[in-house]
Design a binder for this molecule. Structure first.
Ligand SMILES: [Zn+2]
Length: 169
């Protein structure tokens, strides 16, 4: 079977930034709640934070992070593990209402070789998918479209969260 790539050329800015910065942006975000809107932090829960990936693979790409700076599942408490799974459910719920994806990729990358951009602070990727989106993205997507979409979608998800009382932990 031929493998299709989901192209995300704007990620080059992110990849270039990796070698320049060593700080943990997740911890920075966690420690600055006053900037939640600007940082596109969607939800804060007791043990976790949910935010938009600024360099998305696809529209609506969310990240679920434990509040603690931990690298892997082995370091996570039962409470953190449970909350991350419940937030995975709620992310799918809010995205389903907002942008009606046909499917989702839900994933964890451990170690840079596995694609983890921030290996020291674990996070779950929630990536909405649509039939044929690999083709669509390669032809039509560009950085401006995604950036605009991100701010609009953030507002939309905030509204739905309020209406549906999400995250519903
Ligand atoms: Zn961190």
């Amino acid at each position: 079977m031929q493998r299709k790539n989901l192209w995300a050329p704007w990620r080059i800015e992110y990849i270039k930034g990796l070698s320049e910065k060593s700080d943990c942006f997740v911890c920075d975000y966690i420690n600055s709640p006053e900037n939640d809107e600007q940082n596109h932090v969607l939800w804060r829960s007791q043990h976790c934070m949910v935010l938009f990936n600024r360099f998305p693979y696809n529209n609506g790409h969310l990240l679920i992070c434990p509040v603690r700076h931990i690298p892997d599942l082995d370091s996570a408490s039962d409470e953190e593990l449970l909350e991350m799974m419940k937030l995975t459910r709620d992310c799918q719920k809010v995205l389903s209402e907002a942008i009606m994806p046909h499917g989702f990729n839900v994933g964890l990358n451990f170690g840079r070789c596995a694609g983890a951009g921030l290996p020291e602070h674990m996070h779950i990727h929630i990536v909405p998918r649509w039939d044929g989106d690999t083709n669509f993205m390669a032809v039509c997507a560009d950085t401006d479209v995604i950036s605009q979409g991100l701010a609009n979608l953030f507002d939309q998800l905030k509204q739905i969260s309020k209406k549906q009382n999400l995250p519903n932990l």
